[in-house]
Design a protein around this ligand. Structure first.
Ligand code: ADP
Ligand code: MG
Length: 238
């Protein structure tokens, strides 16, 4: 059970209020997409869930426990970033293995995990390559594999496809949806692209100016927007 709850969460940077009284329940096992214009607070929200940023007020609950004072490594949340953040001097295998060594997982188990997960994300032929010798899509798969080996309860993906060309982006969207089905884990996915949001999410959270405008299924959002912002944002193609 890894339902995520944000209760009256706020965030200030100095005097700048960037998140205001955010209340949100992300269902266990859902593919939830946070969508909104650039600067509306999507990344900050994800970073607070992952524990990389401390909220200024309110509570965050994951899997039925309050994680306000829980370190990022103890939250069972894995984050996949936009810029991949791979170690350039390590091979693909090394990149995937790094976090496992830190966790004290033995060599045999590490090897099994790496081969299983490489197979799922299609990296098996590339394990001995360095990141500089990979395509954008392959780098993105390494970033995913690195998150997957930790077996988190929640995957957090912050605009993971924005550096890829349109064709690859489409392919990766399909792969991510399949991966979500296969793992059954909660996915929280951020994009500023409404078409991407509508095609991927089973729950969509529309944000603007640090506030949630509407949280609903794609169908409900499309047919029943609660305000003008949502109507225009969802109705206007990217
Ligand atoms: P999004 O991901 O939706 O584009 P962000 O969460 O990155 O938006 O940013 C929301 C707002 O918070 C922006 O106005 C941004 O400038 C501000 N912000 C984000 N991180 C910091 C920071 N570390 N210090 C000061 N302001 C920040
Ligand atoms: Mg962002």
């Amino acid at each position: 059970m890894a339902q995520i709850e944000l209760k009256h969460v706020s965030k200030k940077f100095k005097d700048d209020v960037v998140i205001e009284d955010l209340n949100l329940t992300i269902k266990d096992g859902s593919f939830t997409v946070l969508v909104g214009p650039s600067g509306c607070g999507k990344s900050t929200t994800l970073r607070m869930i992952a524990g990389l940023e401390k909220q200024s007020g309110g509570e965050i609950w994951i899997g039925g426990r309050c994680v306000n004072d829980t370190a990022p490594g103890q939250r069972e949340v894995a984050m996949v970033f936009q810029n991949y953040a791979l170690y350039p001097t390590m091979t693909v295998r090394g990149n995937i293995e790094f976090g496992l060594k830190n966790k004290g997982i033995g060599k045999q188990e590490r090897q099994t995990l790496i081969s299983d997960i490489s197979e799922i994300v299609g990296l098996t032929p590339h394990l001995d390559k360095k990141p500089q010798n990979l395509s954008g899509g392959q780098r993105q798969r390494v970033a995913l594999a690195r998150a997957m080996v930790k077996k988190p309860k929640v995957f957090i993906l912050d605009e993971p496809l924005s550096n890829l060309d349109a064709k690859l982006r489409n392919q990766m969207r399909t792969e991510l949806i399949q991966l979500h089905k296969r793992l059954g884990t909660t996915f929280v996915y951020v994009t500023h692209d409404q078409m991407e949001a509508m095609s991927m999410g089973d729950e969509i959270v529309v944000m603007d100016k640090g506030m949630i405008q509407q949280a609903d299924s794609p169908l409900k959002l499309y047919h029943d927007p609660v305000n003008l912002f949502t109507a225009q944002f969802i109705g206007t193609p990217a």
